[in-house]
Design a protein around this ligand. Structure first.
Ligand SMILES: Cc1cc2nc3c(=O)[nH]c(=O)nc-3n(C[C@H](O)[C@H](O)[C@H](O)COP(=O)(O)OP(=O)(O)OC[C@H]3O[C@@H](n4cnc5c(N)ncnc54)[C@H](O)[C@@H]3O)c2cc1C
Length: 414
């Protein structure tokens, strides 16, 4: 482990490794510190096409391709008999037409291993426990190894990609409750032997989001190994309606959804038990400070419904790395405008989509009887993560456009 570096990166999730790879490529000395031993589980398995651009710039694409993850070409939304199938090849913005559905333990390890192959030091099972920023922005970070030994790392700059760990916001008292409603997820990896009995032969090529009821939805993310990630997301009281062990409750949830009842009959869990996550939306007052920048989930994570998490992590890492490089070149960086404003623009488009999903407005557009192709293509670009395309009205005036179009569909019906 290096104890004197240009940049200390906290966390070896996608935001940490993408930032580290871009900084290393620019010639800066980088030390990554990761609390866990890899591979480790983390949720966030459905990637978006925009994420591929960040991986490409970080020269981490080969590592992804080597793993033969499931290619993802779109996102399908199902509500009873109604289906809305977005294909990234038919999106409005010019960009990648695919992404991947990944087991994050393997995906994150692949990125981290590729970083190490490039010569980037990653200290695993080493946790950041304290950070002191000095005048001028240099810092002294205390890390603790699994054996309990502590070390000091002197860095000229810190990139905090610690995800749900929220290291710097927690140490510096910057955490803020999110305005997003508290939701809960119950999910598992399962065997999926009946996958190919469905009517759609290319079905594993995309995530399926199924409306279970107005407040609850289900994700189905098929992996290339033949197994599938299946999760329920809803308000916490939805989950009170089931009884028995967590596995039994999960089976009951699946049996209660007509769309999947048959496909997931005689369901077998790959894990001992499903997992639970709740109340994941936290935010912070600031995304940067003297000598540090926050990336990925540490900035804000909204909701899983549109699979935006890893993509926002990747783009923030890419953007932050560019600005850190600029800083090291001695050029002035306007972090508020060049970083926070940029990231907030994309986050706010997803915020609109998340909020308009849960209040039902988007259902009117997604499940309209006669979908408008141009509108579908523009929405598809948002769902592909191209949330900075200022020629797309669903990006620039996101909320106004979504609401106006939903209203138009309502009027057309009358
Ligand atoms: C229910 C649910 C479903 C989701 N589904 C999707 C999805 O389908 N697609 C998607 O894109 N996103 C999804 N997400 C979001 C996704 O999980 C995150 O957005 C993504 O993992 C963020 O990446 P990151 O690199 O910022 O952080 P992480 O992937 O969390 O990585 C952070 C790393 O920092 C390390 N760390 C933490 N504390 C410390 C410390 N003190 N010292 C050193 N290291 C530390 C951690 O061990 C971890 O390895 C979902 C989220 C939830 C809650």
């Amino acid at each position: 482990m290096k104890t004197k570096v240009d940049v200390l990166v906290i966390g070896a999730g996608p935001s940490g490794t993408i930032a580290a790879a871009i900084l290393h490529k620019a010639g800066l000395s980088v030390q990554v510190v990761e609390k866990m031993k890899f591979p480790r589980f983390v949720i966030g398995e459905s990637l978006l096409p925009r994420c591929m651009e960040a991986l490409e710039e970080a020269e981490l694409l080969d590592a992804v391709l080597k793993n033969k993850f499931q290619r993802k070409t779109g996102a399908k939304f199902v509500w009873g008999e109604k289906i809305c199938d977005f294909k990234f090849s038919q999106q409005y913005t010019k960009g990648w037409d695919h992404a991947y559905q990944v087991q994050r333990a393997d995906f994150d390890k692949a990125l981290a291993d590729a970083c190490q192959e490039k010569g980037i030091d990653i200290a695993y099972e080493t946790e950041v426990i304290d950070v002191k920023i000095q005048t001028g922005g240099t810092s002294v970070t205390t890390v603790k190894t699994k054996e309990g030994a502590t070390h000091l790392i002197h860095a000229k700059f810190i990139v905090d990609g610690s995800g749900y760990g929220r290291v710097l916001p927690t140490l510096f008292g910057l955490n803020k409750a999110s305005t997003q409603y508290t939701r809960k997820a119950v999910f598992a990896h399962i065997e999926d032997p009946h996958r190919h009995e469905t009517d759609e032969p290319d079905e594993p090529d995309r995530i399926t989001i199924c409306v279970h009821n107005l407040n609850t939805w289900i994700w189905v993310i098929p992996f290339s190994t033949g197994t599938t990630s299946l999760g329920f997301v809803g308000s916490p009281d939805f989950f009170d309606g089931f009884s028995g062990s967590l596995s039994e409750q999960y089976q009951q949830m699946i049996a209660s959804e007509k769309t999947f009842k048959n496909r997931f009959r005689d369901l077998k869990l790959i894990w001992n038990e499903p997992r639970i996550l709740q109340g994941w939306s936290t935010t912070t007052d600031t995304f940067f400070g003297n000598g540090f920048v926050l990336t990925g989930n540490v900035t804000e994570f909204l909701d899983p419904v549109f699979s935006s998490g890893v993509t926002l992590a990747a783009v923030s890492a890419q953007k932050a790395a560019h600005l850190v490089i600029k800083h090291f070149k001695g050029e002035p960086v306007d972090w508020q405008n060049e970083y926070v404003k940029y990231m907030q623009t994309g986050i706010d488009v997803f915020r609109t989509f998340v909020n308009r999903w849960y209040d039902g407005t988007l259902f009117k557009i997604f499940f309209a009887k006669n979908p408008n192709e141009d509108v579908q293509n523009k929405i598809c670009s948002v769902l592909a993560g191209y949330v900075w395309d200022d020629t797309n009205p669903f990006v620039v005036k996101s909320d106004k456009t979504v609401c106006a179009f939903a209203k138009y569909i309502e009027l057309e019906k009358q």
